[in-house]
Design a protein around this ligand. Sequence first.
Ligand SMILES: Cc1cc2nc3c(=O)[nH]c(=O)nc-3n(C[C@H](O)[C@H](O)[C@H](O)COP(=O)(O)O)c2cc1C
Length: 152
Amino acid sequence: MKFYVVSGSTLGTAEVAAETIVEEFAKLPQGEQVEAQLLHSPSLEQIQDASHLVIVCSTHGAGEYPDSFVPFVEALEASEQPLPNLEKLLLIGIGSSDYDTYNGAIKQLAQVFKQKNLQPLVEPLLIDVSEDFTPDLTAASLFTANIDEFFA
Ligand SMILES: Cc1cc2nc3c(=O)[nH]c(=O)nc-3n(C[C@H](O)[C@H](O)[C@H](O)COP(=O)(O)O)c2cc1C
């Protein structure tokens, strides 16, 4: 099993959320058996062997991906069969409902994965920073709430 927790972030919120997921996971029974590898804006190649993948991605611009995350998405779109070992995928979005394009990046990313026949475990889990002042802890709770299914 190869478990990666990946962030796409501009100002660091999604990075901290990914870090918190890894920290909280390490305290759980599953975390004693499996090592989570944390990567910020990786290349697609860096996670090529992923069997389990959590992506935490925020939205910038007008519904856009963080700049540093664009190469990952472009590589995903360009690949005919990305992540051939992927069994479980969980997508967590961080955005603000002050914007019309609320969490646009993670919603787009879910479509890209679906086009590649990689179905997320559930629809993207959305965190709204306009009303949630601890998005990192919320991200960890959302992951934990799905953990049984994720490792089933
Ligand atoms: C310039 C700017 C544009 C933003 N655009 C959006 C947007 O289109 N949709 C959205 O849901 N959130 C938007 N946000 C809110 C960010 O997603 C939110 O602040 C998030 O916590 C930033 O995450 P990060 O620190 O990982 O970059 C925007 C924030 C800024 C500063």
